[in-house]
Design a protein around this ligand. Structure first.
Ligand SMILES: NC(=O)c1ccc[n+]([C@@H]2O[C@H](COP(=O)([O-])OP(=O)(O)OC[C@H]3O[C@@H](n4cnc5c(N)ncnc54)[C@H](OP(=O)(O)O)[C@@H]3O)[C@@H](O)[C@H]2O)c1
Length: 273
């Protein structure tokens, strides 16, 4: 069954990618530009985005627009929207990708860090979906890709707030898929497994029981874009998601949280307790 536009139908239209300065977001920009999709690139590091935008304009002849915004701020979406209005840009594909995921004991970070994290990972993507609804409806088909995580499938001790925020986005994305299906707007939930990027380094990751092998952003993004235009609510680039869901249904919460907790237990060292 078809739903929303295929990648080839997006040529000449605009996509907005959050977290476009590195990792999976930068890769979305590369593959979309190769398909002749114009790009609004949003993140904080403008130098990186301008360098990528210049290269993509030269190589693929697409139009680009760089927006330096802190998406953990509540007014971020208003700021982006008013700029797009000025530029007469209407968005047909939205990629809610930006995130930050600190590792370690919950009490090691402050309240402000967590409230920004929740806004960045859950609040801002929800606000973008609402803000672009009129744009989406003005096309014969439109699409949203929301970046979920295996941390939204099972609770992850020592990444508790990230796990909670991703779960919020995951369920929002699935629910909206059902609501917007009849409008020919595909809302797709993308679940990458461990993937080469800056996410863990920025989140002060420590050695854990997670597998060492990592996917490339190129493969994750290719899988996602191949599924545009299909009635596929969830695209999984992670292995073991089915096992996680099966385990959730079968075992008591205590068993689940202890098993996952052992995988992420922080190494000995200074802690606030
Ligand atoms: N890599 C993995 O193993 C993995 C696994 C599962 C899910 N994911 C998900 O995949 C997505 C992409 O992550 P990644 O792995 O590519 O990580 P990454 O390389 O760290 O990229 C994160 C992006 O988010 C942007 N960002 C962070 N905080 C921001 C803020 N306050 N305002 C605006 N932009 C902000 C960063 O740009 P600036 O710093 O320039 O603002 C960067 O462009 C995330 O949603 C992540 O949760 C990743």
């Amino acid at each position: 069954m078809n739903l929303g536009p295929r990648l080839g139908e997006l040529a000449g239209f605009w996509a907005l990618v959050t977290g476009a300065s590195s990792g999976i977001g930068a890769e979305f920009c590369k593959q979309l530009a190769a398909a002749k999709v114009n790009l609004v690139m949003v993140a904080r590091r403008t130098d990186r985005m301008h360098a990528l935008a210049d290269a993509l304009m030269r190589e693929h002849g697409v139009r680009t627009f760089v927006s330096a915004v802190d998406l953990s701020e509540a007014r971020a979406v208003d700021v982006v929207m008013s700029t797009l209005l000025e530029q007469h840009v209407r968005i047909r594909l939205l990629v809610n990708n930006a995130a930050y995921g600190p590792w370690g004991r919950f009490e090691a970070a402050d309240v402000e860090t967590y409230s920004h994290l929740v806004q960045l990972v859950t609040g801002t993507p929800i606000a973008f979906c609402r803000a672009f609804f009129d744009d989406f409806c003005s096309f014969p088909g439109a699409a949203v890709i929301n970046l979920s995580s295996p941390a939204a499938i099972q609770p992850v001790p020592y990444k508790a707030a990230y796990s909670a925020a991703k779960t919020g986005l995951h369920y929002f994305s699935l629910a909206l898929y059902e609501e917007w299906r009849s409008r020919n707007i595909l809302v797709q939930t993308l679940i990458p497994g461990p993937t080469e990027s800056e996410l863990d380094e920025k989140g002060n990751a420590y050695p854990s029981a997670l597998p060492e092998d990592r996917e490339t952003p190129a493969r994750v993004v290719r899988l996602s874009l191949e599924n545009l235009g299909h009635d596929t609510p969830v695209v999984t680039a992670a292995t073991g998601i089915f096992k996680q869901r099966f385990f959730n249904g079968l075992f008591p919460y205590k068993t689940i949280t202890r098993t996952v907790g052992k995988m992420f237990y922080p190494p000995p060292g200074p802690s606030p307790d």
